[in-house]
Design a protein around this ligand. Structure first.
Ligand code: UDP
Ligand code: MG
Length: 313
């Protein structure tokens, strides 16, 4: 059986079109399938639309989360509920074309556990987003030990054993791109053209993307900590050399009490460097704090399914 997991947050304008295209593809496959929509605390009519899908088709179910937990947790909820031998994760906004699902499946049948769709072209994205995304993949590629494929979103097919592996990672800060790579198994890329969003707007602005990048770097690498300690060592050595030269100069030329400029520069520079280093430490400690609370990743309010009807989870 094939499971399709779709996180949904305020997508009322795209859902009907998405559902049509998805079902059209899935029904042409002649394999048993299930579609699991996760309503991630939408504030528009998305839930009503999803309920009508569930009522109309017994292969469709909907998990209604208790509030907006973010796409990462929503996907995890979907994976928790999925039962298929292969699980596909797809966005509801039609940026990920459902039409390539048969190709994903055929690579899975060849024995791959993780078939990820890589964007050949990104339509409808600004140059700024492209450039920043490119930089992000460079940085994370250099810092992290697992290879995170560039230009790859969450759109992919996972085999059952890959899903089971992924579900064992219950960390609070879920950088999914990294987690998909971390579990290992045989992965293969499938290229596709990313379409612009069909309707509505992206939920990820630049502030969110920045935090997302921080999340990725801090969840997958402690390089920033190392860099700050090496940089500290470098500054200390340079300061030592400079101190020796100051002492020697004072001994030879006396002490004319000059040097306000150099004093000011070094005080401000060291102050800045120290604050940055403390900030980096803080990023890690904050994440440790969240992790030690060990809260569940999401709560399910209701579960809709045509056969079993509305259920408490
Ligand atoms: N999404 C979600 N919860 C959120 C934000 C987004 O479930 O808090 C879903 C959204 O409905 C969509 C997918 O995640 O199906 C991707 O979101 P979006 O298109 O806004 O992201 P982008 O494509 O711009 O990265
Ligand atoms: Mg999108």
């Amino acid at each position: 059986m094939l499971s399709v997991v779709v996180p949904v947050y305020n997508e009322k304008d795209v859902l009907p079109k998405f559902h049509d295209r998805l079902l059209c593809v899935l029904e042409s496959l002649c394999d048993p399938f299930e579609v699991i929509y996760i309503n991630d605390g939408s504030s528009d009519q998305s839930l009503e639309i999803l309920k009508s899908f569930c009522a109309a088709n017994r292969f469709v179910s909907c998990i209604d989360l208790s509030r907006n937990f973010g796409k990462e947790s929503a996907m995890t909820a979907g994976l928790d509920y999925s039962r298929g031998n292969a699980v596909i994760i797809i966005d509801a906004d039609l940026q990920d074309p459902p039409e390539i699902i048969p190709e994903l499946l055929s690579r899975w049948r060849e024995g791959y556990d993780n078939v990820y769709a890589t964007r050949r072209r990104r339509h409808g994205e600004t140059w700024l987003k492209r450039v920043t995304a490119g930089m992000f993949y460079k940085v994370i590629g250099g810092l992290s030990r697992v290879k995170i494929p560039a230009d790859t979103g969450d759109f992919r097919l996972l085999s059952r054993r890959a899903v089971d592996a992924l579900l064992q990672l219950r960390e609070q800060h879920r950088f999914m791109k990294g987690l998909f790579a971390w579990i290992g198994y045989d992965a293969v890329a499938l290229e596709y053209d990313r379409d612009p969003r069909f309707a509505g707007e992206s939920k990820f602005n630049y502030v969110k993307l920045w935090n997302f990048a921080l999340e990725g770097i801090t969840s997958f690498s402690i390089a920033p900590l190392k860099i700050s300690s090496y940089f500290g060592a470098f500054v200390a050595i340079m300061a030592g050399i400079y101190a020796v030269s100051v002492v020697i100069k004072t001994m030879i030329f006396g002490n004319p009490v000059a040097g306000y400029a150099s004093l000011m520069c070094s005080v401000l520079f060291l102050g800045g460097v120290q604050l940055v280093a403390i900030g980096i430490l803080g990023e890690y400690i904050g994440r440790m704090f969240n992790q030690t609370k060990n809260r569940p990743l999401y709560f399910v309010k209701r579960y809709f399914h045509a056969e079993s009807g509305e259920q408490k989870p």
